[in-house]
Design a binder for this molecule. Sequence first.
Ligand code: NAD
Length: 328
Amino acid sequence: MRYLVTGGAGFVGSHVVLALLDAGHDVVVLDNLSTGYRKAVPAGVTFHKVDLLDYAATSAVVGQGAWDGVLHFAALSLVGDSMRDPFYYLRQNYLTALNLVQICVEHSVKKIVFSSTAALFGGPERLGPIPETAPVQPGSPYGESKFMIERVLNWADAIYGLRSACLRYFNAAGADPQGRAGEDHRPETHLIPLTVDAALGRRSALKLFGTDYPTRDGSCIRDYIHVTDLADAHVRALGQIDHRSVTYNIGNGQGYSNLEVLQSVERVSGRKVPWEAAPRREGDPAFLVADSTALKNDTGWAPRFGSIDSIVETALLWRKKNPNGYEV
Ligand SMILES: NC(=O)c1ccc[n+]([C@@H]2O[C@H](COP(=O)([O-])OP(=O)(O)OC[C@H]3O[C@@H](n4cnc5c(N)ncnc54)[C@H](O)[C@@H]3O)[C@@H](O)[C@H]2O)c1
């Protein structure tokens, strides 16, 4: 099979590229390298440096032959930035996806897998795992942009028969267990790489935002899904959309509190993590955990890296081997 991956030079995209290659498929990557790295694309994979806002250039790539599917990861994904500059975010995420979907229809692409997000469930606090049927209430222009794209895909299916899988990720984390890829966001905002860096003495004390939530230890609870398990879910989702479109929440179903993540990093690294309590951040819910029953029932998917220690182990290994990330 031959797949086009947008955003394949980024964190999640590069791990999905590896999963597709491991499964014996051909992969082509399209990325503007705004937050991704050329080095994250494995040798031998055809790479096009193209911005999805450039309709003609994107169309030229999609027009290069027959695809068994397109996987769309390219986006900006910082919730706080989207609150400060909403129109920029909506343009970068929504218009780029609108271009891509129209181009896919024009070139008779039949399947597309889309990186959606748990951020579209922002808003009221939830105490139980979140199923796909939970009300969508984006808490930011970022979450809204992802929901707008889900709606575009809905109409592309209804009118043109373009089948899609909208995969709503919770917190992607960890790194390729073979050390071939890892996480290198700049700025880094995700808890696990920040905690790993604090343990390695690469940053000052970690700030824990909110220690008075109604949770078991007062800190927020989140669902961390290992990026390799997430990649596996993409490969399986591709097999589901020959004749229908699907929407799946993807998480490992186990919530870990911020303090439990910190303790895991201390356990796995054997080092103390310096940290300090900081006030809650506006809009941060106490509890965000996925109910991935639909994905499991349809595809037989199950996380291989369910425990927080196994996620942290791969993140730590990659950071130790690549202290400066992809920029050596
Ligand atoms: N990382 C997470 O925990 C998480 C959670 C939920 C959803 N997501 C979604 O998953 C996707 C991947 O996230 P990530 O963490 O790998 O992000 P990332 O920033 O590492 O990767 C995004 C990639 O898209 C590329 N890109 C951005 N805008 C582009 C454009 N206009 N044209 C071409 N390429 C462009 C970037 O250069 C980068 O390589 C995003 O759509 C994100 O919203 C991520």
